[in-house]
Design a protein around this ligand. Structure first.
Ligand code: SAM
Ligand code: DTB
Ligand code: SF4
Length: 328
């Protein structure tokens, strides 16, 4: 695990105001600074491909306003699916690896993990993904320290549990669990020795200060979260946030760049909402420090950037091989 000590220049005491001041700098200065931080902690040209699979879909008792899987949002057009069989999940993990993914993330629409046959199956899925040679990440809702330890023993690389937004805006989005509930699960994740994958969503109607407040809390973890997904809201028909406008692509770039500066060694994941970005905006996010993305035609339940478009994007990022000779 990384060691983000103050002696190495990592800060855990950022205030939202300080982060806001970084966020609001002239865009080109902000991106240049983020690129400098990125290059000093990461291989600038390396972008990890992660694959995402919903292993249990819909019917969730939580009321997260953004989420198509909440049982509270009855107008959403979603086919519920019980927990998938382990062998089916592992077959899809194998396909994802063959397609170039080196991290496999599994999501379940649960409020919390419950001990029993379903959790035992999740443990087998984690073991199977690790046996394929991929990193394994799961997002299953709240979990206890004992459950986190069982996942760690199974070889789980990281646990995803997002703060989603800043603490002041959070009650506008979710009423069925508190910010403190989220933080407790995150402490259990860390206490079990798992890597922490924790980020949020922009474009839900929050202020830029709310975004900065979320980054300040992420940076207060010592060490910083190893992985930070930055999602832009995918407004899904039938959810309370269905009418929200798609976030401006340069607002996405600013958020990525700011995350990169305050969380220098974290993997910053350009997550949901990528399909609404142009190829150029995605490249700008990478220049600003994004170094992972979800690869595959669907996220959990909503469309992702098409794999064919991603192949073209990665081809454009690759070195150009000239076939013509000097004489031509
Ligand atoms: N139930 C678990 C939980 O909430 O921790 C795991 C699954 S949940 C779908 C994982 C994350 O996906 C959420 O925390 C949220 O940040 C993100 N997410 C869900 N719906 C989204 C949407 N419509 N747009 C952007 N991000 C979304
Ligand atoms: C995260 O922060 N983003 C991913 C992953 N963690 C699990 C999920 C995005 C879900 C987008 C909405 C959907 O497809 O249902
Ligand atoms: Fe969706 Fe997770 Fe909230 Fe359930 S807990 S409604 S799956 S985001």
């Amino acid at each position: 695990m990384q060691n983000n000590t103050a002696a190495q220049g990592f800060r855990h005491d950022w205030t939202p105001e300080e982060i806001l001041a970084i966020h609001d700098r002239p865009l080109l200065e902000l991106v240049a600074e983020a690129a400098r931080v990125h290059a000093s902690h990461h291989v600038a040209g390396k972008v990890q491909k992660a694959s995402l699979l919903s292993v249990k879909t819909g019917g969730c008792p939580e009321d997260c306003a953004y989420c198509p899987q909440s049982a509270h949002h009855r107008g959403v057009d979603l086919v519920k699916q019980p927990l998938m069989p382990v062998d089916e999940v592992l077959a899809l993990a194998g396909r994802a690896r063959a397609a170039g993914a080196d991290r496999f993330c599994m999501g379940a629409a649960w409020r919390e993990v419950r001990d029993g046959a379903e959790f035992d199956s999740l443990i087998e899925m984690v073991q199977g993904v690790r046996a394929l040679g991929m990193e394994a990440c799961v997002t299953l809702g709240m979990l206890t320290l004992d459950q986190a330890r069982r996942l760690a023993e199974a070889g789980l690389t990281a646990y995803n549990h997002n703060l989603d937004t800043g603490p002041d805006y959070y009650p506008e989005i979710i009423s069925t669990r508190t910010y403190d509930d989220r933080l407790r699960t995150l402490r259990n994740v860390r206490a079990a020795g798992l890597q922490m994958c924790c980020g949020g969503i922009i474009g839900m109607g929050e202020s830029v200060r709310d975004r900065a407040a979320m980054l300040a809390i992420l940076a207060s973890f010592d060490p910083h979260p190893e992985s930070v997904p930055i999602n832009a809201l995918v407004p899904v028909a039938g959810t309370p946030l269905e009418g929200r406008e798609t976030i401006d692509s340069l607002a996405f770039v600013r958020m990525i760049a700011t995350a990169r500066i305050v969380l220098p060694s974290s993997i910053v994941r350009l997550s949901a909402g990528r399909s609404s970005l142009s190829r150029e905006a995605q490249v700008l996010c990478m220049v600003a420090g994004a170094n992972s993305l979800f690869y595959g035609d669907v996220l959990l339940t909503t469309p992702n950037a098409a794999m064919s478009d991603d192949e073209a994007l990665f081809a454009a990022l690759a070195p150009i091989e000239r076939l013509e000779t000097a004489a031509a």
